[in-house]
Design a protein around this ligand. Structure first.
Ligand code: M6R
Length: 607
């Protein structure tokens, strides 16, 4: 979603800001802008479209070593140049970029109007520039002006503010991430760690309620009320600087094929093959908690919610205790009953998903302990939970989540094994599962050597009005994940159903030639899934069948794609791969923007 980059230092700001924006592009946005202070005046340039479009309208030389930049994902007001950030006060004394939502902006806007100040944009953000400028006019320092303004707000903000004739930036955070990176004689601000890594590894994650005064070679943090806050320095992982495209045609392609290595990273050092159990040290779970937990609840959105759903099934199977996966946005709004003795797992690639963050806060308020299952180190969810498991996928830049999904599933499998071994899972069963999990990266590579007739599947999919995805058990969830991938990338309406439920409604959609994707690995539910397949075929639908290599059911699909055989509890790690490739290839065939599908954002930081 929206991205912020800020710079104050000894180098020309504009190229650094534009490169920062380019590295934020993967988050998803619809317009972009930049403001640079040359010491005399502040020059602003903004445009609807991509960072490349902004570059095209920039004058050949913009001098200045201080500036702010933004990628906007519209929430309040359409995708127009006037709504694009940075926003400025009437006299141009204050320029700012804002992520988040100001809930009381209408009321604040009316207050400004009474003082004769009319907003030019439809955004909630612009009011802040005018309010801060009014405080400056009445004699407050930049820092005081921001603190006073923030005390009047309701909502969420990540803010980076530039003041005419002041050689500094002021930043603030409440519910929308913001990170300060300290270099030599230069300081950077970003809403995402990724653009910082080329400049510095030493960063400070602002906490909610923090306001930071940023200078060239130093910064200080206070609360909104002006109390000093001690910054806590984090050293970023090198890996976040290495997510360049290389020879790959798209990030999604690169990330799909990175899955075997990513999975190795996730498993390494976390399994005890001898004892047939998992070892998730970062969760800090003692034996008593594991044994006494009455149930497990998992939270996530989108792909993370589907990984959580697979986790739910595995935890119940191995741990023999109730587990439920929830969509975070529903969970937080349903006044859910919290048992403080239960185990709560928050699953998220970015670690910044607003709905999941709200759900975590709700659980914590009611005394529950939440463990993060997160990819981005140091992200809000990782820090909010304080304990959990990093899935170690490495940077995932394509909006469509791929390698994070398989690593979330793997991390939850390891957790389920650890939980199961403290209860009813036998050593032999644990050992067998761990053995197969360790084989999974190699089996992924085997599949990638021969991905099967993906092109033929795409022939069926790209002209479809809608596509039905079916599976049972774990594969019902894989079907949902496949449907989400195809829908978000190719913009084809997709419906995923447990195969047994098809005859209760979705079968009405089928007509001659309708494509139906059936996920049928060789588990105890395969025969039942095949009954649904026969019902589908009897209505003239065309079946794209995902099956295990060597299985005679291959003959039943109009297009059949084989994946290597694996332990029945681990099939999602392999059956999802052809679904990812089908979505990718269909989107390409239809000329879609694969890495940045329309309207979507990589980090969904608003509720
Ligand atoms: O960063 P998170 O894992 O919390 O993100 C959750 C969803 O927004 C994300 O999985 C989304 O559904 C993806 N576009 C799916 O490919």
């Amino acid at each position: 979603m929206c991205g912020i980059f800020g710079y104050i230092g000894h180098q020309q700001a504009l190229p650094i800001l534009v490169e920062g924006l380019r590295r934020l592009e993967y988050r998803g946005y619809d317009s972009t802008g930049v403001a640079v202070d040359d010491g005399q005046s502040i020059q602003t340039h903004k445009t609807v479209g991509k960072v490349a479009d902004l570059k095209a309208i920039l004058p050949p030389s913009v001098q200045g070593t201080l500036g702010i930049a933004h990628t906007r994902w519209a929430t309040h007001g359409g995708v127009t140049q006037v709504n694009t950030h940075p926003h400025a006060s009437e006299a141009g004394t204050v320029h700012l970029v804002h992520n988040g939502i100001i809930e009381n902006y209408q009321q604040l806007r009316k207050g400004l109007l009474k003082r004769g100040i009319e907003c030019v944009s439809e955004t909630d953000s612009e009011v802040l520039a005018h309010m801060i400028a009014l405080e400056i006019e009445s004699g407050s320092t930049p820092l005081e002006s921001v603190q006073k303004t923030l005390r009047r707000l309701r909502g969420t903000w990540g803010l980076c503010i530039l003041f005419k004739e002041h050689d500094l930036l002021v930043c603030a955070r409440n519910g929308s991430p913001l990170i300060i990176g300290q270099g030599e004689g230069e300081t950077f601000v970003s809403s995402d760690p990724h653009p910082l890594t080329t400049h510095t590894q030493r960063v400070v994650y602002l906490e909610d309620g923090d306001v930071a005064l940023i200078k060239r070679d130093s910064f200080s943090i206070t609360s909104i009320r002006g109390h000093a806050v001690e910054p806590s320095i984090t050293v970023l992982e090198e890996a976040w600087g290495e997510a360049e495209l290389g020879d790959a045609p798209h990030y999604m392609y690169k990330e799909i094929y990175e899955q075997p290595d990513a999975l190795r990273q996730c498993i390494a050092g976390r399994v005890d093959r001898e004892m047939g159990t998992g070892r998730l040290g970062g969760m800090g779970l003692d034996h008593a908690t594991l044994v006494q937990a009455p149930h497990v609840r998992l939270l996530g959105c989108g792909t993370a919610a589907y990984a959580a759903e697979i986790g739910q099934t595995l935890i119940e199977r191995m741990g023999r205790i109730p587990a439920v996966a929830h969509i975070s946005s529903e969970f937080r709004n349903n006044d859910t009953v919290i048992n403080p003795k239960a185990i709560y797992l928050a699953v998220s690639q970015s670690g910044e998903t607003a709905d999941t963050i709200s759900a975590i806060k709700e659980i914590q308020l009611k005394g529950g302990q939440v463990f993060g299952v997160v990819n981005v180190v140091g992200s809000t969810i990782a820090r909010l939970c304080g304990q959990g498991v990093y899935i170690h996928s490495g940077p995932e830049q394509s909006v469509a989540s791929t390698k994070a999904f398989t690593n979330m599933v793997a991390a939850l499998t390891i957790f389920a094994t650890q939980l199961g071994r403290t209860r009813h899972l036998s050593k032999d069963d644990g050992r067998e599962l761990i053995h197969h999990l360790q084989q999974a990266p190699h089996l992924m590579e085997t599949y990638f050597e021969d991905t099967g007739p993906i092109g033929e599947a795409v022939d069926l999919l790209c002209d479809a009005q809608s596509v039905l995805f079916l599976g049972r058990g774990l594969s019902a969830t894989v079907a949902k994940e496949g449907a989400l991938k195809l829908m978000e990338l190719a913009y084809i309406p997709c419906l995923a159903y447990p195969a047994g439920e098809m005859k209760h409604g979705p079968i009405a959609l089928l007509e001659e030639g309708s494509p139906v994707v059936v996920v049928a690995p060789n588990d105890h539910l395969k025969e039942k899934t095949m009954s649904a397949l026969h019902e589908v075929k009897a209505r003239g639908a065309k079946v794209i069948l995902i099956h295990e290599k060597g299985d005679s059911i291959a003959a039943e699909g109009d297009v059949s794609i084989a994946v290597p055989s694996i332990h029945p509890w681990l099939t999602p790690l392999l059956t999802v791969l052809p679904l990812q490739l089908m979505a990718y290839e269909t989107a390409l065939r239809l000329g879609r923007d694969v890495d940045r599908p329309r309207n979507l954002a990589k980090s969904v930081t608003v509720e």
